[in-house]
Design a protein around this ligand. Structure first.
Ligand code: ZN
Length: 56
């Protein structure tokens, strides 16, 4: 149960499975990126919006 919850909070790249690194974090926006550059995720917590860019 706890492991399943943890998985929700740990983002990994869907392409290579590496943990995402926090590139930028402000009061309103958190940007996480794959170390390999496959994936970028922007989270706007106050809006409840998550924008994802994938390298397809
Ligand atoms: Zn990746």
């Amino acid at each position: 149960m706890i492991q399943q919850l943890k998985r929700l909070f740990v983002s990994v790249c869907p392409h290579c499975g590496q943990p995402l690194q926090t590139d930028e974090a402000t009061a309103h926006c958190v940007i996480k990126v794959c170390p390999g550059g496959h994936y970028t995720e922007e989270s706007y917590g106050h809006l409840g919006v998550r924008v994802v860019y994938t390298d397809n």
